[in-house]
Design a protein around this ligand. Structure first.
Ligand SMILES: [Zn+2]
Length: 424
């Protein structure tokens, strides 16, 4: 495990330095979790998401949290885990979560998610969790942080963290100057993505998700300000007007995209903008329990669900890059998992391989991490799931992961069998 490494922004304020010191104290006070173990996974049918093939049972050697080689005999003296011919696939990437606690992050890991992208939490909880996980103190997926949404109006909590922007308190965060100031403040806290809301939300009973929030000019200001620090922008957008403005402004991904027109989808294909449709969570609106349990949202979900499925199907047919995500907090009441989104993606016409790529290869590309996660290959991080059946024939098998390996550590193992590895 690496020593605690905190990324400091170029212009750290005294307040920021204080926060960093507090985080470091937390890091050093907490007991370290288990370290990466060297492990030879034997009799593994390896799912190659690049080639779209599955190997005969073979050995995957993991050293220092990375894949050293595939094939050959297990190194002498190395701990072995016999997979009995089960299927070894890359750990899953969830591109849109709102995880705000260690407990919820652990729940994501249990479903096979080994990397996740925050699309907003209060008080930079995602930044702090990212650092704790990086330093080996949290058993959680790797976490990319976004902090607050740049949206009108900004969350109350944002001003508690940024009293220096108190002159914007209670305002709508409109206009190029205001959105630039808010973006700069968020970027100064070391986020990996900036999240903005190009349209109103769907998950509140009294809002209209088609309503456009920001003009192309305002969105471009956000993209420029974040881009100056090397940070990409993700735009929440249901309606077509806000979605198109965000694409033209240069965001890297559109989240949801329910009502996007064919013209906007064509622009996305042209510019390489990713679509993160989050279909399974819209389904959650239509059924009792889960993250959303409200009569008005239930009615809305019933007319949104066929639309988001239709848009995602059209996007896929047109060649827009699609990435899987849950848009859940992985809370105790959550019933949506990334496997449900993969089933939805197969439902809109993707092959199981294409669906699996949307949660591995394509997601890693969106995250800017394609050189180290998202596939099983020498040199890549040892992030795996083990499933009973061939996911390229039956994607539903991903609903029931038997093992989750994160950075070479067996984080989850369900069931017991001769040669089963210990959970570290
Ligand atoms: Zn969200």
């Amino acid at each position: 495990m690496p020593v605690p490494a905190l990324k400091l922004p170029r212009h750290a304020s005294p307040r920021m330095l204080l926060a960093v010191c507090q985080t470091l104290l937390l890091v050093w006070a907490a007991p370290a979790q288990g370290v990466a173990q060297d492990l030879a996974l034997t009799n593994a049918r390896v799912v190659d998401v690049v080639a779209g093939t599955v190997s005969e049972p073979t050995t995957v050697v993991v050293r220092d949290g990375r894949i050293e080689r595939i094939g050959g005999a297990p190194p002498e003296g190395m701990q072995q885990a016999d997979l009995l011919g089960r299927y070894l696939a890359p750990g899953l990437l969830d591109a849109h979560v709102h995880v705000g606690s260690a407990e919820n992050a652990r729940r994501a890991l249990l479903t096979g998610v080994t990397t996740m992208r925050s699309m907003g939490t209060s008080h930079y909880v995602d930044v702090g969790m990212r650092e704790l996980e990086r330093a080996g103190h949290l058993e959680a997926p790797e976490y990319l942080a976004a902090g607050y949404h740049v949206r009108p109006p900004a969350a109350e909590a944002f001003f508690q963290d940024h009293p220096e922007l108190g002159h914007l308190y209670g305002s709508e965060i409109r206009g190029v100057d205001a959105v630039r100031a808010m973006t700069r403040a968020i970027v100064s806290r070391g986020v990996d993505f900036v999240k903005t809301n190009a349209t109103e939300r769907a998950g509140l009973p009294n809002t209209d998700p088609r309503k456009q929030f920001y003009s192309q000019e305002e969105l471009r200001a956000i993209v420029e300000e974040a881009g100056a620090a090397g940070v990409p922008v993700a735009a929440h957008a249901h309606g077509d007007g806000g979605g198109r403005a965000a694409v033209l402004a240069g965001v890297r991904s559109i989240e949801h995209g329910t009502y996007l027109s064919e013209e906007t989808l064509a622009l996305m294909r042209e510019r390489g903008t990713y679509l993160v449709p989050t279909i399974a969570i819209v389904r959650d609106l239509t059924i009792p329990g889960g993250d959303y349990d409200n009569a008005v949202l239930n009615i809305r979900g019933r007319h949104m669900l066929p639309r988001v499925r239709e848009t995602a199907a059209r996007a896929h047919a047109m060649g827009v890059k699609i990435v899987a995500a849950t848009d859940t907090g992985y809370g105790p009441e959550s019933t949506t998992t990334l496997a449900h989104e993969l089933l939805e993606l197969v439902g809109i016409g993707m092959s199981p391989l294409e669906a699996l790529r949307s949660a591995t290869l394509t997601a890693a590309e969106l995250f800017g991490m394609a050189d180290r996660v998202g596939r099983i290959a020498p040199g890549y991080e040892a992030d795996f799931i083990v499933v009973e059946r061939n996911p390229l024939l039956d994607i539903g098998t991903v609903q029931d992961v038997l093992m989750v390996v994160r950075d070479g550590r067996v984080a989850v193992r369900r069931g017991d069998w001769p040669g089963a590895p210990p959970v570290s």
